[in-house]
Design a protein around this ligand. Structure first.
Ligand code: MV4
Length: 502
């Protein structure tokens, strides 16, 4: 049985995993970069090992350092969390080679689902519906043109090594297919070292609905129903909820069966998520499988009443699932809001800084998965997620009211956060109706983003120019490039706010 787990992650997910370990009397080991020395996960763990520089590629992403810390601590298992090495097949394989239990799937499942063309072929063979398109990498441009004429524009060109919105291109006209294909291949080569791309029919006004899966090592696979994740900005989920307002019981049943078939097709074990695209006629198509625990897993935990990390650890201990599919049901409704250290009214600019004061919401049906505290300095090196606010209610209406109340109570000073933006979503009639898709934020941006005063915007841009000038003179090029990128984003924001002379 697993006695000691090293959590190869940081922030809220590291603390969240350590909580379940503590409940199971499992000793916890933290790893941290120098800038995370006083971070919550380091304080919470029973042991902690410094693994180097704040730059993730020199610390949290270095397999050798994680393995070294696991050996030094005598950890018999590693939980990767999400992000970092959580979907790195080489890491899963290395753990196996070192005799350390990887709390997650085998390298085969990670590799198969990580290559989107292989994933599509595997799903077709398993009878899971995929978006109409190609199942081979596009090499012959004439053939590509034929295929597009057959399925019709618009189409999506996607990188096989991409995912999560990375390496995707929407093509609306036939005459754009070849140039877009060439551009997509060179971008994929540059980004992933693999220029394989495939084509899919574009599903207009899509819903992003995903099914949670749990699979043990004895062939049992169950789904824990769906999460509606259509409130997104640039492929970054903002709000997730369960159940989805779109699904009927029949479609829910069929999608659940498809999700289980998808996991079985890759001999999956541990927790995983099957992502579907769903159109307004409730046609659903397999998009991707995420072979990790996801940021939004708490809405499922709350509605189904299962601790997914506990189940992952039991599965890693070779235990059979303690429930069958017919034992599982959705009870009530849950919504998660992601709280980011970002200025949502200034193009979601990351706003690190020091937390002056935190007052978290509490009360019936409220859960916070977070890690910040007064005096904590939010580092620039990592994703600016501060906390997840997860709320439950008997009905969706009650859950929205409770979320509204919890966001009202949630006070964080010293940095800008997305709390006010989330509160505006809770007051938005389209969101409240439940009748929204992945275009929701874009389609409602006038109501969701505060009108920033023109002169205030001017002052901010003037300040940026001054800051940029300073960096041009005194700092290294990469900082200037970064500021320049931000500057371009600001200019784009300025133009979108009607400042055309920028
Ligand atoms: C699509 C699609 C429509 N048609 N594929 C987004 C990330 C990854 N999970 C796949 N994604 C999509 N793939 C086809 N054939 C719509 C999405 C999509 C999306 C696309 C653009 C902007 C935001 C989006 C949010 C969710 C899903």
């Amino acid at each position: 049985m697993i006695k000691k787990i090293l959590i190869a992650n940081r922030g809220e997910i590291a603390v969240r995993i350590m909580r379940t370990c503590r409940e199971m009397n499992i000793t916890t080991v933290a790893v941290y970069s120098e800038i995370d020395r006083s971070s919550m996960h380091v304080r919470y763990a029973d042991e902690a090992y410094c693994i180097g520089s704040p730059v993730a590629s020199e610390s949290y992403l270095v397999i050798d350092k994680i393995i070294e810390a696991a050996k030094k601590s005598g950890a018999d298992a590693i939980h990767p969390g999400y992000g970092f090495l959580s979907e790195n097949a080489a890491f899963s394989e290395r753990c196996k080679k070192e005799g350390i239990i990887f709390i997650g799937p085998d390298a085969y499942a990670i590799t198969t689902m990580g290559d989107k063309i292989t994933a599509r072929k595997t799903m077709i063979a398993a009878g899971v519906s995929v978006v109409p398109g190609t199942t081979e990498s596009i090499v012959d441009e004439d053939k590509a043109l034929e295929i597009v004429k057959e399925i019709g524009v618009p189409v999506m060109i996607k990188a096989s090594a991409g995912g999560g919105g990375k390496g995707m291109r929407l093509v609306k006209r036939i005459e754009d297919v070849i140039p877009s294909l060439r551009a997509a291949k060179s971008e994929a080569k540059a980004a992933f070292g693999n220029d394989a791309v495939y084509i899919e029919k574009y599903i207009a006004s899509p819903h992003h609905i995903e099914f949670q899966i749990l699979a043990d090592k004895h062939g049992t696979v169950v789904h824990l129903f769906e999460r509606e994740c259509s409130v997104q900005r640039r492929h970054q989920k903002v709000i997730e909820e369960s159940p989805s307002c779109l699904l009927t019981p029949e479609v829910r049943y069929k999608m659940g069966a498809a999700a289980v078939a998808a996991a079985k097709a890759v001999n999956y074990h541990s927790a995983g998520t099957i992502e579907f695209i769903v159109d307004d006629n409730l046609n659903y198509y397999f998009l991707e499988m995420n072979t990790r625990l996801q940021v939004e897993h708490p809405v499922t935990e709350r509605v189904v009443g299962v601790d997914l990390v506990k189940e992952q650890i039991n599965i890693a201990n070779n235990l059979p699932l303690s429930f069958k599919q017919e034992d599982l049901m959705q009870s009530g409704h849950s919504i998660q809001c992601r709280i980011y250290a970002e200025d949502t009214d200034k193009n979601f600019m990351p706003c690190p800084g020091t937390i002056q004061h935190v007052r978290e919401p509490h009360g019936f049906g409220v859960r916070i998965d977070g890690y910040v505290f007064e005096g904590f300095e939010i580092p620039l090196y990592y994703d600016p997620l501060i906390a997840k606010l997860i709320v439950w209610g008997k009905t969706r209406e009650e859950t929205i009211s409770r979320m509204r109340r919890a966001l009202y109570e949630y006070k964080i000073t010293g940095i800008k956060t997305s709390i006010k933006f989330l509160a505006r979503i809770m007051d938005n009639p389209v969101f409240i109706s439940g009748n929204y898709n992945t275009h929701f934020i874009e389609n409602n941006k006038n109501e969701l983003f505060a009108k920033i005063e023109q002169d205030e915007l001017h002052m901010d841009i003037a300040a940026m120019v001054a800051f940029f000038d300073y960096h041009t003179t005194f700092k290294k090029q990469e900082i200037c490039t970064k500021k320049c990128l931000e500057m371009n984003e600001w200019k784009a924001y300025g133009r979108s706010a009607g400042m055309n002379r920028l």
